[in-house]
Design a protein around this ligand. Sequence first.
Ligand SMILES: [Zn+2]
Ligand SMILES: [Zn+2]
Length: 284
Amino acid sequence: MVDLHVHCEYSIDAEGSVEDYIRVAIERGVSHICFTTHCDLDPQRRHHDGRIRLHGRIVDVTDRWLDHYVSDVRKAARRFDDAGITVLCGLEVGYVPGIEHLIEEFISSEDLDFVLGGIHTLEGIDIVSPREAPDYFSRRKLADLARVYFEYLDAAVESGLFDCIAHIDIYKRCGLAYYGEQIRVAHRGLVEPVLEKMVKQGTGLELNSGGLRKGLPTIYPEHEIVHIARTLGIARIAMGSDAHHPEDTALGLGICNKVALEAGFTDVHFWQERIPRELSLKKE
Ligand SMILES: [Zn+2]
Ligand SMILES: [Zn+2]
C-alpha cells in the first residue's frame, strides 16, 4: 500500500511530526509514504494560504523553509531505513494560471521526489473552504463552476509542472451540500479532454480517500471518472489519504484500491526523484 499524500506539521492546518506519520504508516502496512506539504504561491492569496510552520514558527512560503523540510524528511527516512518503508519527500502545490514561473522556480530549488498539483482556489476564492466557498457558489451556476474549474485543471496539466493531479473533483467537497447530487456528474464532457491531455503528458491521477472523512459518499474522484481514466489510457495512478493528522494515515486506501481494481487498473505508482515506478495492485 502506498500513501503518497500526507501533511505533517509543516502545513499549518496539520499536526504531527514526520516521525509520527511514519510510525502509524508502518503499523498499517504502508510500503511507501510521501510527505506533501502544502505550497501555495499565489501572490493574491499570500495572507490566506502562503504560510508554513517551521519548527513551531509560522513563516511565509517564500521564506527559507524548504531545505529544512526536505532535510527533516530525509533524516527520518534514514532512521527508518530498516523498517521496510520507503519515505519520500514531495509537495502539494496549489495551481492557479499565471504563476507557473513561481512554481517552477520553487520546486526546482530542492531535490524532491514528487510534485502533486491541485486546484484549491478559483478566481481568488478557496472553494475547499466551508468559510469561503458558499459565497462563491451563490454567484455561480454549477455549469459555470465546473467550466472554470476544468479550465484551471487543463492549464495545470498543460504546464507540465506536476507528476500527478490530486483530488481531481475536489469541488464536490463543499459543492455537494450546495449544489446537490448533480455535482457528482458535473465532470461529464469536461474531464475527458483533461484526462486525454494527462495521457499525452504522462501525468498521474490520484485516488484520494480524504473526502470520506469529510462525509462524502465516495473517494476523489468519482468512480465514473476512474473508469473514464482507465478507458482513455491513463497509465499511472497514485493513492493518498490526505491525512492532516497521524491517525488518519492510510485511512480509506483499501477503498481506493478496490475502486482502481474495479476500473481495470493493475498497478499503482509512486515517484522517486520525480521518476514514476510501478507496484502491482494485486499484491497490495
Ligand atoms: Zn489538496
Ligand atoms: Zn492535501
